[in-house]
Write a protein that binds this ligand. Structure first.
Ligand SMILES: Cc1cc2nc3c(=O)[nH]c(=O)nc-3n(C[C@H](O)[C@H](O)[C@H](O)COP(=O)(O)OP(=O)(O)OC[C@H]3O[C@@H](n4cnc5c(N)ncnc54)[C@H](O)[C@@H]3O)c2cc1C
Length: 454
């Protein structure tokens, strides 16, 4: 029965930490409301597709409400591109139905296997933050089931304080039931991409600052093992949606459905498989093959979701899992901050297989929304002895430079560091306790970061 639960060992995408949670899979809003009302668990938290890396969607010994069965499209206006859907709809489902009709997501994270509810709760950003901001900028409104059972409609004009607390609020203010989002019209499923090498971090940031304005999408792969004058050498990948008349006549299917084909990594790799030698060899190869090239026609799936092609790619890091460490640093001092992080990482001889750099534009008023104007760097580190002290050391560096850590990726930050990085936390807590006086919604992350007491 959907109102009953199953106890499972659950984790986020990093497979660290793993916690025993009581998982509910409601199939209707009535069941969802009944679960919250039941008081059968010490607290509840929403779970989308579990693509946050750490413990944001976990609730050790408590209730976890999975949204993937509440995934109906509710309305679509082809004139305005406004889609209304339930929060359990995934970005992959939106692409499957709306890309062939000429609509893309206005903002997308680096995987399409996330739900609308999860994407809004993290206020996700994509490769176009410098131009377009977060997904929240394209959100007209959403319906929220509050912990006391009220249903509220929230937008920047209606219940604005709850709107800005929920966007980026990691599921702690209420359960997002449905949302209205404005999709982006596109003429093809291709992106025209310019590839450009940068000799080091300074060169990469200089190029981005100088010419990102020409590109809707901008991202850089970084060689995090390069040192000295090559520290932060990078390959910039920047592009714009290809218009129909920019494609050669040989490309007939300009608005094809996304491919459903995926490879599967069938087992965990030994945890030593990704070390500074193997990653160093990969980085040298990657840098060598990516020569400067302009206007390359790249399939949108490959440009936005390269990792989605491999099912369970998180097994690459071995059984103990991995942490993703994503920081945002302000424009002022950001370059020095990034250098400091990369220097300490290289000194630790730990290799991040993936290291991605982007620029952030203006932030929105979201109380716990991550982006600040400046730069963001994401690193993947396998869980191993010494990683926790290293990341705590990096936390201090990031804090010193006025930066912050992304909650959707975090598994380790301390509550003191979090409070220092997110100055609107008290405002958030005040709204949370008004909406949730009995502490119905909580998560392992919320307790670790002392956002809630229990
Ligand atoms: C390969 C990869 C690439 C990524 N790239 C990016 C990126 O480029 N940019 C970026 O911003 N993020 C990125 N992410 C992170 C990801 O977009 C977020 O963690 C997102 O929140 C995951 O959505 P989900 O549906 O899996 O939610 P979950 O991970 O299951 O949950 C995330 C949070 O959302 C809450 N939540 C879920 N559903 C609801 C609901 N209906 N109502 C209220 N709260 C809810 C949960 O309680 C939890 O706090 C990436 C993740 C992966 C694995």
């Amino acid at each position: 029965m959907a109102e009953g639960f199953v106890t499972e060992r659950l984790s986020g995408w990093g497979r660290f930490p793993v916690e025993r949670c009581n998982v509910y899979r409601p199939e209707s809003r009535r069941q969802l409301a009944a679960i919250l009302e039941s008081g059968a668990q010490p607290s509840f938290v929403s779970y989308g597709l579990g693509r946050s890396y750490g413990d944001a969607a976990l609730n050790g010994q408590g209730g976890v409400v999975c949204h993937t069965r509440l995934n109906r499209f509710l309305a679509f206006d082809a004139q305005s591109g406004v889609l209304e859907c339930e929060a359990g709809v995934s970005l992959a489902e939106i692409l499957l139905y709306f890309l062939p009709r000429g609509f893309f997501l206005p903002v997308t994270p680096g995987t399409k296997f996330v739900t609308i509810g999860g994407a809004l709760a993290a206020d996700v950003h994509g490769k176009n933050h410098h131009q377009d901001g977060t997904l929240g900028n394209f959100l007209l409104d959403f319906k929220l089931l509050t912990p006391t059972g009220e249903k509220l409609s929230c937008s920047p004009n209606s219940n604005p304080d709850i709107f800005w607390a929920t966007l980026g609020g990691m599921g702690l203010t209420g359960i997002i039931l449905s949302a209205r989002i404005k999709l982006r019209p596109v003429e093809s499923v291709y992106v025209l991409v310019d590839y450009q090498r940068a000799e080091n971090l300074e060169d990469a940031l200089g190029k981005m600052t100088e010419s990102d304005v020409r590109y809707q999408y901008s991202v850089a792969w970084i060689d995090c093992l390069a040192t000295g004058g090559h520290m932060g050498r990078a390959v910039l990948m920047r592009g714009n949606h290809a218009r129909a008349n920019e494609l050669s006549a040989s490309i007939r299917n300009r608005l094809a459905q996304p491919s459903l084909h995926r490879w599967t990594l069938p087992f965990d790799l030994p945890s030593l498989a990704l070390n500074s030698l193997t990653v160093g060899a990969f980085n040298a190869f990657y840098y060598a093959v990516h020569r400067n090239a302009a206007s390359q026609v790249v399939d949108l799936e490959k440009f936005f979701y390269p990792l989605d092609a491999v099912h369970h790619w998180n097994r690459l890091y071995g059984r103990r899992g991995f942490v993703q460490y994503q920081v945002a640093l302000p424009l002022d001092g950001g370059l020095e901050g990034l250098k400091d992080v990369l220097t300490r990482l290289a000194r630790s001889r730990r290799a991040s297989f993936l290291a991605v750099l982007k620029r952030f534009g203006e932030p929105n008023p979201g109380l716990l929304s991550f982006p600040i104007e400046g730069y963001t760097l994401a690193l993947d580190l396998p869980v191993a002895s010494g990683v926790v002290p290293l990341l705590h050391e990096l936390d201090r560096v990031v804090l010193n430079y006025g930066g912050r850590i992304y909650l959707a990726k975090d598994a380790l930050m301390s509550s003191q560091t979090f409070a220092a990085m997110y100055p609107k936390l008290e405002q958030f807590r005040a709204i949370k306790s008004r909406l949730d006086p009995h502490g119905v919604l909580s998560s392992s992350m919320a307790r670790r970061l002392s956002i809630v007491e229990k």
